[in-house]
Design a protein around this ligand. Structure first.
Ligand code: FES
Length: 583
């Protein structure tokens, strides 16, 4: 607790403060407004806690100070506000000594506790400015995992439908945080937190089901029950199994095995969102702590039970019955895994699988995946190959397509990335079906690469390092204009192929993402691309996925950037800058 000892400073002569009026002073860097009201002198921070308007221009009536800008009202004695969007006003203890007003400037509150309380209030009332101020205070002075946990707890409690886009954005932002420039990190957290608040706004709260009391069912039994309940779309039964597995002590791998199995019992459910949400929930728990597993993972149950199943869709059945092809492949999976077991670690992705994955024959695609497994490829290796193919659909996406088709290609990629991350955590024959599903989705997206945009290639004539470094600010300028899709992809390739630092490029992409108003899919795209790029471990293989991310971002920029404006106001207030020139 940062509670200071008394630090009284002489502020003014009592006669300087007119009865019923106000006198403004500067004291050791504090702007203070002294109000004389009902025979007492009150000292308050002269910057309105809402947006900094000078409170000496406010009006006091019946002990309530009203700010004249947005009319927030404060109890003059305590500083408490009647308008939660404005925050409480800071008041300072006052003593009158021999005709002089003395003000105690010692800090009276624990800033971290106050910021946490304000963050909860911002989330509860979906107040972006309040949330921005809290995010800035909490990230600036402490561990970002702390406000992340508050957002996670809030989102999984106050949304009856459970895990949704808001929490996914929140997790994406937290994943991106280490790759961002330090000054962008509070902005990332702000975007995640406000996405959670927006997603819960007006929603009924969620009351998680309790585990089975006294049950002795083991994890294998609970997994079996769980899949049965999801199969018949019984969300309550499914949720109870998750809660019971957590209570039984299942670790993150066992829980992942259970949830990913159900998420892949049907084909590409809800265009991949439930599986992607599952992966994000696991990643969120890695950051926030697994003691929250019960609350977080039960929030996923309704998503599995209610999802559309691609067995029921025309495009997965006609003109080619992809479901039949997949079912044949799944039957062959155990034998393929067994055949490749002794050769694991020797498989080389020699560039032959990707052209097949991007080809025109669904049967050839599943055959090639099975063959890779027989040749010793691991679950992770085939999953990564499919994620790479999915990203190429975006890197080669021509702008002549319908605009909405960006999302079709995006869904395949984020699903493929989620399956890849899932098999890294808990490989299984069941989750491996997700790799095949992702491959079929990439196959279905083939019409989005007609004609394919040519991928930028390394140049023989390398620009000087100085010219290369100028490309990063140029990227930001490009993204100020609409539809600079090909130009942005080319710029990213030029920068990276010519020796540019991928970390600097990713930070620049992140910065460009954060200045736009939140778009769920663009955030998913950039986060998954950064994840996939990391898998390439600095090789040129990682370039196309960042080209894809830049192209997707360019297709969706610029927005009006209103959310960034709110954040900048909060930032200026936090820095103590004056928002009013004539203050
Ligand atoms: S109410 Fe005071 S600045 Fe908005």
């Amino acid at each position: 607790m940062a509670i200071g000892t008394a630090n009284f400073v002489r502020a003014a002569k009592l006669s300087d403060v007119p009865q019923g009026g106000c006198h403004a002073v500067q004291l050791q860097g504090h702007a203070i407004a002294l109000f004389a009201h009902d025979g007492q002198v009150h000292a308050v921070d002269n910057r309105c806690p809402h947006m900094g308007f000078p409170l000496n221009r406010g009006t006091v009536h019946a002990g309530i100070l009203t700010c004249h800008w947005h009319h927030a009202r404060f109890d003059l004695s305590s500083g408490g506000t009647f308008d939660p969007w404005a925050d409480d006003m800071r008041v300072f203890p006052v003593e009158v000594r021999r005709g002089e007003v003395w003000v105690d400037l010692a800090p009276r509150t624990d800033p971290q506790t106050h910021a946490q309380e304000r963050l909860r209030e911002g989330l509860e009332r979906n107040l972006s400015l309040v949330t921005a101020k809290a995010a800035i205070a909490l990230v600036g002075d402490g561990d970002p995992a702390q406000p992340f946990r508050i957002g996670l707890e809030f989102g999984t409690t106050y949304r009856r439908e459970g895990w949704g886009q808001g929490l996914t954005i929140h997790a994406c932002m937290m994943n991106l945080l280490p790759a961002l420039a330090p000054e962008d990190r509070p902005l990332a957290l702000y975007h995640g937190l406000t996405a959670v608040a927006g997603n819960s706004d007006g929603a009924a709260p969620r009351f998680p089901l309790r585990p089975l009391a006294g049950s002795t069912a083991d994890t294998a039994t609970l997994k079996q029950w769980f899949r049965q309940f999801v199969e018949v779309r019984d969300a309550d039964g499914a949720e109870r199994c998750i809660a019971s597995a957590v209570q039984a002590g299942a670790d993150h791998r066992a829980l992942a095995d259970m949830l990913f199995a159900a998420a892949t019992d049907h084909r590409y459910i809800d265009t991949g969102h439930p599986l992607d949400f599952t992966n994000k929930a696991f990643e969120a728990l890695d950051i926030a702590g697994w003691e929250r597993a019960g609350t977080v993972l039960t929030s996923l149950a309704s998503g599995y039970a209610s999802a559309d199943r691609m067995e029921e869709s025309n495009e997965w059945r006609n003109p080619v019955d992809l479901i039949a092809i997949l079912e044949d492949a799944f039957e062959a999976l155990p034998a393929a895994l067994e055949a490749g077991r002794a050769r694991r670690g020797s498989w080389v992705a020699n560039g032959t699988l990707t052209p097949v994955l991007l080809g025109e024959d669904a049967q050839e695609i599943t055959d090639a995946l099975l063959e890779a497994l027989r040749a010793g490829a691991t679950e992770v290796e085939v999953a990564r190959a499919v994620a790479g193919a999915a990203s190429l659909r975006i890197a080669r996406f021509p702008t002549s397509n319908e605009f909405g088709d960006w999302d079709t290609a995006l869904h395949s990629f984020t699903f493929a990335n989620a399956v890849h991350q899932g098999v890294r955590r808990a490989p299984s024959a069941e989750l491996l079906r997700g790799v095949f599903d992702a491959a079929m989705s990439v196959y279905l997206d083939r019409f989005l690469n007609v004609p394919p945009v040519r991928l930028p290639e390394p140049e023989s004539d390398r620009p000087a390092a100085e010219a290369r470094e100028r490309l990063l600010p140029e990227l930001a300028a490009l993204l100020d204009r609409q539809q600079q899709v090909n130009e942005s992809g080319l710029l990213v390739a030029r920068y990276l192929y010519n020796g540019g630092d991928p970390a600097r490029l990713i930070a620049a992409l992140g910065s460009a993402l954060l200045r736009e108003d939140r778009n769920f899919h663009t955030i998913q795209m950039v986060e998954a691309a950064v994840r996939q790029h990391a898998e390439a471990r600095g090789s040129a293989d990682g370039v196309p996925v960042l080209v894809a991310a830049a192209r997707y971002l360019a297709a969706h920029a610029p927005t009006v950037r209103a959310q960034g404006q709110t954040f900048r106001i909060a930032q200026r207030l936090h820095r103590g800058e004056r928002l009013f020139e004539d203050e």
